[in-house]
Write a new protein. Structure first.
Length: 202
């Protein structure tokens, strides 16, 4: 099968949608004392608006990233798309941050780009490989949310095991990201998280 058709054949399985924070975890997970893990049930009205905003921003970034990646794979092939992704992914995160008045990014416990390091408030999420969404609150009223990202078929072109990833793709990745740890995934694996930090609403 030609790789460029993979996206169109698997349109909806790409991401597991997570609509809110894990309701069961309500303990302080012993982070820097500024941040406390919390549950949706205990959020006040203001924080619920922050949560809505985090989800909208996450959906926007996810949709635009996917569309850009698809267009680039079709235009330039997977190895060309690695280059595009390396410049476009950080730009899109910045523009969605500006658009929504918050901070958004992606991270993983196995990074490709070291600039996508894990924010301090979600280190426990990364350490525990938490595959449910989690919410944290800071003493200044900031709400932070993590949304898990799962590997689907199209992701294997650039994150799969060696039989899925072409030599050209591996070469470009090695050039751009000499410390890459993001190969070797299988469908359904937890790849990482979107993270969003929403300031208090005035
Ligand atoms: C065309 C190759 C390509 C495809 C296909 C691809 N990625 Fe990536 N991925 C990259 C590159 C390049 C980066 C580093 C970009 C950056 O600087 O944020 C990256 C970074 C990431 C990151 C950020 C964390 C890190 O390790 O830096 C996540 C999460 C991620 N990819 C998940 C996915 C998922 C899920 C899919 C499938 C829906 C996917 N990727 C498909 C090339 C690809």
């Amino acid at each position: 099968m030609k790789t460029k058709y993979i996206w169109t054949l698997l349109p909806c399985s790409i991401v597991i949608w997570v609509s809110g924070c894990n309701q069961e975890s309500n303990e302080n997970v012993g982070l820097s004392s500024e941040w406390t893990r919390t549950s949706v049930g205990s959020l006040d009205e203001q924080a619920k608006l922050q949560l809505d905003s985090s989800l909208s921003a996450k959906q926007e970034l996810e949709t635009t990233l996917k569309a850009n990646l698809l267009a680039s794979i079709q235009a330039d092939g997977p190895h060309g798309a690695v280059n595009t992704c390396s410049t476009i992914a950080p730009q899109l995160a910045k523009s969605v941050s500006d658009q929504f008045g918050l901070r958004i990014g992606r991270t993983s416990n196995r990074l490709r780009n070291p600039s996508n390091y894990t924010p301090v408030w979600m280190e426990s999420v990364s350490d525990q490989q938490d595959d449910e969404s989690a919410c944290f609150q800071k003493s200044d009223g900031t709400l932070a949310v993590s949304y898990p990202i799962t590997i689907a078929a199209p992701c294997l072109l650039c994150h799969g095991e060696s039989n899925n990833v072409s030599k050209e793709v591996r070469t470009v990745i090695q050039d751009l990201y000499p410390t890459d740890q993001a190969l070797g995934y299988k469908i359904g694996d937890l790849r990482g998280w979107f993270w969003v930090e929403v300031p208090p609403i005035e």
